[in-house]
Design a protein around this ligand. Structure first.
Ligand code: THU
Length: 160
């Protein structure tokens, strides 16, 4: 028996003003995307903004449905759209922001497991880690790479 431990790393910022101008811009894009979410059922509006290596910013937000299982999270809407539009351009940074009926959430937004899986796939696809910015009114977390959100991820290699 060999007990093992995996550490994840992230940096905590107190608020958006501590970020670089480029990161701030992307968080603002995610915040504005959240405002346009179609979330009449959960009333939990999430926005994601993807910065591609060509400088393009692609925004997405969660899209719900009366058949609850047919909706999709903001992160996947943004990532899938980014690669529908620019299939060969790697993702450099992804920012996520969320708001509920009281306004912006306090804790940094936490992507669901499926979105983490899609982030890992995107990294594998382009062989580049994605910087991930999780926005909250009480703090912002920045992670260098989706492995920090999904250690021991299932990757395409497993299929070989
Ligand atoms: N949601 C996202 O869009 N991203 C997340 O990271 C977590 C959850 C959405 C899905 C659903 O529309 C609503 O938030 C409530 O779960």
């Amino acid at each position: 028996m060999r007990p093992k431990e995996i550490r994840i790393k992230y940096t905590e910022y107190d608020n958006i003003n501590e970020l670089t101008a480029a990161d701030k811009n992307l968080v603002q894009a995610a915040r504005s995307a959240a405002k346009n979410a179609y979330a009449p059922y959960s009333k939990f509006q999430v926005g994601a903004a993807v910065l591609l290596e060509n400088g393009e910013v692609i925004k997405g937000n969660n899209q719900e449905n009366a058949d609850f299982t047919d909706g999709l999270c903001a992160e996947r809407v943004a990532l899938f759209y980014a690669h529908a539009r620019y299939p060969d351009i790697p993702v450099a940074v992804l920012a996520v922001s969320a708001q509920n009926h009281t306004g912006q959430v306090k804790e940094p937004a936490q992507p669901c497991g499926s979105c983490r899986q899609v982030m890992v796939e995107t990294e594998v696809r382009f062989q580049k880690p994605i910087r991930i910015i999780l926005d909250g009114s009480d703090g912002i977390h920045i992670l260098d790479g989706a492995e920090n959100l999904l250690p021991l991820a299932f990757k395409p290699n497993a299929l070989k």
